[in-house]
Design a protein around this ligand. Structure first.
Ligand code: PLP
Length: 419
């Protein structure tokens, strides 16, 4: 898979037609030829940092909210905006939009499916709701979802339940958990022979918990249910191979860990399932078998969609596995220094299998909203709070450009709050 991916990008980067048409591919190639020579780990990541245009005022520890784009992605957006503005209806609709297939090929290569299985969307919310409002369900059908799913997933299913009499079965989880069989059991306990759909969040926003999607999906399918995966935090953070998972639908945002332009996402629908899902925005044939029926959005930002490609190349030039290891290292750098502080309670799984780039913790006796505010005003550190079910705390999510000196400042701040 990795070799195949390398070959694909190598071809993309070295193809002279591409270099002439898309100058930043050559630029990226040069940048990474230079960066790859760096053998010192910290200097390597410093060079990666230089590829971003980050705030000089704040330290950004809320990358799980949305990632900044690397400079090369920003340049690509500007390039296509400029090109669009020369003659919009020609350049956007007849030229740039045609490249969508290259973007989808690269995405498909990244997540292990065919480009025909994908539709470009604006975000996970849109992709999820396309499925939630598009699948054919009738009164009494059951849908299994978790109380730790993202609010929009819950809002949309609540609305569908209200309108169509669908029964929602809620999975309750005591998180964090480093026990995948426990999570699987909680899903199993809600799945019955009336279950038509099982929704699984791959990595939850609340505390970074990773769910055992493969095991849950296999069980759900064995019971005759379809499977919808919310992979908002997956693409660009962890390797995923859709063809190895028995799932029907997957939704992801590309402006999160992939660092693609804001307002970009993707929807995967398994072959054989598409005909029966109505699109949110109607096209000529709601019963069509192709994914294009999910792309009838009207006029939209093709410059952003087109610039998903340099984001993929940038991400692959680092390598997802190397990125994941760095994110785990940065998380543990913080954990190791705060976990023994008085009143600090870690609320995320810490091991690499069950945890991710997101760290949730709380300082007993201190309101997390106040702490978040103080961090921003007094320390110029941007974090967020995370409150849902049994979880309540400060959520941090460093990125590949985060320096350990920034984390030292954060740790110093935490120390002042616990004394
Ligand atoms: C787990 C999860 N699902 C869905 C979403 C929605 O993503 P977007 O705002 O890109 O639609 C988010 C956003 O943070 C999320 O964390």
């Amino acid at each position: 898979m990795i070799n195949k991916r390398r070959i694909f990008f190598q071809q993309l980067i070295t193809g002279s037609a591409f270099l002439a048409a898309y100058p930043w591919l050559a630029q990226l190639k040069n940048i990474f030829e230079e960066i790859d020579l760096e053998k010192n780990e910290e200097r390597y990541w410093k060079k990666i940092r230089n590829q971003y245009s980050l705030s000089k005022k704040y330290i950004d520890l809320n990358n799980a909210g949305v990632n900044p784009q690397s400079k090369v992605v920003q340049e690509s957006v500007s390039f296509y905006e400029k090109l669009s503005n020369e003659i919009p209806s020609l350049n956007m609709w007849q030229i740039i939009d045609k490249d969508k297939v290259i973007v989808k090929q690269a995405l498909a290569e990244m997540i292990g499916c065919a480009q025909e299985d994908l539709a470009i969307q604006r975000n996970t919310t849109e992709a999820l709701e396309t499925i939630i409002f598009g699948v054919q369900l009738k009164k009494g059908d059951e849908v299994v979802l978790s109380k730790h799913d993202y609010p929009h997933m819950k809002f949309a299913w609540n609305q569908r339940a209200e309108r169509d009499g669908i029964k929602l079965k809620w999975v309750e989880l005591d998180l964090p958990s480093s026990d995948p069989p426990y999570i699987l059991e909680q899903f199993k306990s809600q799945i019955t022979n009336q279950t038509k759909m099982v929704c699984i969040t791959h990595i939850t926003n609340w505390n970074g918990q990773v769910y055992p999607i493969k095991e849950i999906a296999t069980y759900a399918k064995s019971q005759g249910a379809d499977v919808l995966v919310d992979a908002a935090h997956t693409i660009g953070q962890r390797n995923i191979n859709v063809s190895e998972l028995d799932i029907d639908y997957l939704a992801s945002s590309l402006h999160k860990w992939l660092g693609a332009p804001f307002g970009t996402g993707v929807l995967y629908v398994k072959k054989g399932k598409r005909r029966d899902v109505y699109p949110l925005f109607a096209g000529p044939n709601g019963k069509a078998k192709g994914m294009h029926k999910f792309e009838h959005l009207g006029t939209h930002a093709v410059s952003h969609e087109r610039s998903i490609l340099p984001a993929i190349i940038f991400c692959n030039s680092i390598g997802i596995e190397r990125k994941r290891k760095r994110l785990q290292y940065l998380k543990m750098y913080v954990v190791d220094q705060i976990k023994t502080l008085p009143r600090v309670e870690i609320l995320s799984p810490l091991d690499a299998e069950n945890g991710s780039a997101i760290l949730l913790f709380n300082i007993k006796g201190i309101d997390s909203a106040q702490l978040c505010k103080d961090l921003k005003i007094q320390w110029k550190i941007h974090t967020t709070i995370s409150r849902n079910e049994n979880l309540d705390g400060i959520r941090i999510s460093p990125n590949v450009f985060t320096q350990t000196s920034e984390l030292d400042k954060f740790i110093e701040a935490v120390r002042t709050f616990v004394v």
